[in-house]
Design a binder for this molecule. Structure first.
Ligand code: PTJ
Length: 254
């Protein structure tokens, strides 16, 4: 039960924060994950805590790309497991994407807890767990280099929410398409991914599930057209302009 009154003007944001703290207490989230969340929260504040038009455009292109991919994988870390385990499983079902646990701050005990919460929310098969299937992604030194040979290693598209720039670059070099959720449009990940959804993963993933379901009945040619018309660099520029005008409007009203 939350101690935050529903009437609190920052109820939603504080509720998300509480989920992260609970995730930490339950052993899902790394200490550093709490700090990463704080950074995201600050960006969400200046974004206006809503899914902006540019995020919706990126979500549509992301859904089309995932549906066209042969072997898509959702990479799950501690923060995402604490914030939206049910939605990860729903996204995996609607898009036929595999789920792989991949941690920056590698910790076997935490990995097992993440697997457990995903299974509790309906996940059947989870990659990145069996030592015999572990292999190395070239061009990256962090623990994220250890991937599943039947999961991320074999994939053609990876969804990496709350990611670090190094792996995004390594995945691109390995000729994989990368889709990220990142609240910071200037992060290396956002700048390096094929499709960057600048939104809180808590909101954006729900929209992505809806969009995958909606587009799943469309022809491949229609999905290809959506992707062809999407330009990540341009969309990121427009996103910064959206943030700028949002801030100017709020400054005028202050
Ligand atoms: O569980 P682990 O060990 O894999 O570690 C996960 C973290 C998140 C700690 C690790 O990947 C990390 O240190 O990430 P960074 O480099 O701090 O990057 C996280 C990015 O996600 C930053 O650009 C944040 O602004 C952004 N972010 C934080 N919270 C959210 C977010 N983006 C979308 N939704 C959020 N809720």
């Amino acid at each position: 039960m939350t101690l935050i009154p529903k009437s609190h003007p920052r109820f939603q944001s504080l509720l998300i924060r509480e989920k992260l703290v609970k995730g930490f207490d339950d052993g899902l989230v790394a200490k550093e994950g709490l700090l990463a969340h704080g950074r995201g929260e600050a960006f969400d504040y200046i974004l206006g805590e809503k899914t902006l038009k540019t995020a919706k455009i990126a979500i549509k292109a992301a859904a089309a790309s995932i549906l066209l991919a042969k072997n898509p994988v959702i990479s799950v870390n501690g923060n995402v497991a604490a914030l939206c385990p049910k939605e990860i499983v729903r996204l995996s079902k609607v898009s036929k994407a595999k789920i792989e646990v991949n941690l920056f701050y590698a910790n076997e005990k935490r990995k097992q807890k993440i697997v457990k919460i995903l299974k509790k929310n309906g996940a059947k098969e989870i990659f990145g767990v069996l030592k015999k299937n572990a292999t190395r992604l070239i061009g990256i030194d962090s623990s994220r280099r250890i991937v599943d040979k039947n999961g991320i290693f074999a994939s053609d598209l990876v969804i990496v929410p709350l990611e670090d720039g190094d792996r995004t670059l390594a995945l691109r070099r390995a000729k994989k398409q990368v889709i990220t959720f990142d609240l910071n449009p200037l992060s290396r990940t956002a700048q390096t991914a094929n499709i960057s959804i600048i939104d809180n993963v808590v909101r954006g993933i729900v929209e992505l599930i809806t969009e995958c379901a909606r587009l799943s009945t469309k022809k491949s040619s229609e999905l290809e057209k959506i992707i062809k018309n999407f330009d990540n660099k341009k969309n990121l520029t427009h996103n910064v302009i959206e943030i700028k005008s949002n801030l100017s409007r709020r400054a005028k009203n202050a």
